[in-house]
Design a protein around this ligand. Structure first.
Ligand SMILES: CSCCC(=O)C(=O)COP(=O)(O)O
Ligand SMILES: [Zn+2]
Length: 208
């Protein structure tokens, strides 16, 4: 099997799993997987599609300029530039973006702090953090309508120990060295968001 075909299948499988969680409401979300580093080539979801469906036109191969490598009527995701920034600033092999209620609510609640940090949670081990007092932070950036500005803002927050960025009232972009790790990071963040919101609302109920 060619590398492109192999990566295509891996990304399609992740897409199916995220779709089963209902993480692509209203055609939102975009996914990509790296095919080569030099030159940069990655498969990215076609823009505006219902990502719950599995079709032969789900992805297209783009270059370092986010342009389609082959003649196609498909348009790459409107947020392809963000994926490119991730590949240029990290050793990621896969990048996932989803809109969920939980990630949107967390991004709004903590926008003022510019980040949210989780500690004393077993699931931070999903990020390779095994220390007793370990913690994981995720930056929160404003949702600039201008995608080059948004992608630059996201790029400014990418550094060692950062595995994703929340875009305020928009969604999350996460990455990992491959499709398995990117999905693991996404699931772990969404678990932490959901836990945090639940414990916060129950604590308010109990103490009110
Ligand atoms: C309908 S959601 C608005 C666009 C967006 O945020 C998104 O994730 C999907 O855009 P794409 O061009 O990748 O389909
Ligand atoms: Zn989006």
């Amino acid at each position: 099997m060619s590398v492109i075909k192999e990566r295509w299948e891996q990304l399609a499988d992740v897409k199916d799993e995220l779709a089963a969680r209902d993480w692509f409401p209203g055609t939102s979300g975009n996914l990509s997987i790296k095919v080569s580093s030099e030159p940069l080539r990655f498969l990215v979801t076609a823009s505006g599609k219902d990502k719950r469906k599995r079709t032969a036109e789900d992805f297209l191969l783009v270059d370092e300029y986010c342009s389609a490598v082959e003649e196609t009527s498909l348009r790459p995701s409107a947020e392809t530039l963000i994926h490119r920034e991730v590949y240029q600033k990290t050793n990621a092999g896969c990048c996932l973006h989803v809109h969920t209620i939980d990630n949107n609510v967390i991004s709004e609640l903590y926008a003022g702090e510019g980040k949210i940090t989780f500690k004393s949670q077993e699931l931070i081990k999903a990020f390779g953090i095994w220390e007793e007092d370990g913690e994981i932070s995720i930056p929160i950036v404003e949702n600039y309508a201008d995608i080059p500005a948004l992608s630059r803002e996201i790029a400014n927050h990418i550094e060692a120990g950062i595995y994703g960025v929340l875009i305020r009232n928009h969604g999350i972009t996460v990455w990992g060295k491959d499709a398995f790790e990117a999905k693991k990071h996404l699931e772990a963040f969404e678990f932490l968001f959901s836990y945090h919101l639940k414990i916060k609302s129950l604590t308010n109920l109990v103490h009110s």
